[in-house]
Write a protein that binds this ligand. Structure first.
Ligand SMILES: NC(=O)CC[C@H](N)C(=O)O
Length: 306
């Protein structure tokens, strides 16, 4: 396994076409696109990594997996009256479906859905309290108390919030948000600005690979049914309008972020994190996807078989 990860890193290091770093969040535009990392945490306790796997990066939309997990813990199936669970087929920041569908976002992983999820988690609390809850959950599943928010990234996104603010105000106009729009947005931007390394992220995703049980602590995070359902949402919606392409090429539940990270779950086997900051035109990591495709080709770990 270690050799495979080393080979992937070595092969992709030669790649000159590395995609384009997200620049609509100016703080992310400064990131060096030549960095690359891959980590694997297996359900039987093995850890493998290659490249700069301990370098923290902005997890961005990967955080939506963690907030969805928290929101399901609070609302159970009641969450599905607030956000849908169908692929959108539209870009992550699209507004078009919201008007047709009464302000109810298609799924928890597009921006509108994630904003509705954070509103559902707040339950009358202030952003500070909600953020403390999100961070402590992430630290718990990663078993690492050093994980923090990157406040500069959050501030940078706040300064360029127009698109997300439009989504939030539009939902508010439909009576879909309970809290003040700026408070919801501030919480959402900080959640996206959590900084984690591939090693930490692979560890954090492990409960989804092992029927909801955190490893190696053996503590249950969610029920097996909930882990399976979160995985299904990652498969269908985790890469926005390129979710079909990701399923076709990689065949694992996965969630990308515009920081260039991808968390991919091989149920019963392990949790994979990759990071390469350059993005494709859908906002998903170009070489990160390639790395996962190579990994699956060699291991046969796709949920669809060899
Ligand atoms: N796809 C992403 O990672 C988008 C997250 C980013 N924070 C945004 O709201 O635009």
């Amino acid at each position: 396994m270690q050799e495979l990860l080393n080979n992937i890193v070595a092969e992709l290091a030669l790649e000159t076409e590395r995609g384009k770093v997200a620049d609509y969040i100016p703080q992310l535009a400064h990131v060096d696109p030549h960095q690359f990392a891959i980590s694997l945490a297996t359900v039987d306790g093995q850890r493998y990594s290659a490249g700069c796997a301990t370098t923290p990066f902005s997890i961005q939309s990967i955080s939506k997996v963690f907030t969805l997990t928290i929101a399901l813990g609070k609302w159970g199936d009641g969450l599905w009256s607030q956000v849908g669970r169908e692929p959108s087929g539209d870009p992550f920041n699209s507004i078009v479906q919201l008007e047709h569908e009464g302000g109810k976002p298609r799924n928890p992983f597009i921006n509108a859905g994630a904003i509705a999820i954070v509103d559902a988690i707040m339950m009358g609390h202030e952003p500070k309290e909600t953020l403390a809850e999100i961070l402590s959950f992430v630290r718990y599943i990663a078993d690492d108390n050093s994980i923090c928010f990157d406040h500069q990234v959050a501030a940078s996104e706040m300064q360029h919030k127009d698109r997300n603010a439009s989504l939030a105000h539009f939902m508010k106009a439909f009576g879909r948000l309970r809290h003040d729009v700026d408070k919801v947005l501030g919480t959402y931007f900080h959640q996206c600005a959590i900084a984690m390394s591939c090693d930490q992220l692979a560890h954090a995703g492990l409960f989804l690979a092992s029927d909801g049980v955190n490893q190696p602590s053996n503590l249950r995070v969610v029920s097996p049914q909930r882990a399976r359902r979160i995985n299904s949402l990652m498969m269908m919606c985790g890469h926005y309008d390129a979710s079909g392409e990701f399923a076709f090429r990689v065949g694992l539940p996965g969630k990308s972020g515009v920081g260039g990270g991808i968390l991919a779950i091989a149920p019963g086997r392990g949790s994979l994190a990759v990071w390469s900051p350059g993005l494709d035109k859908y906002g998903n990591s170009l070489l990160g996807t390639r790395a996962l495709e190579m990994f699956v080709q060699h291991t046969g770990w796709s949920v669809f078989g060899h």
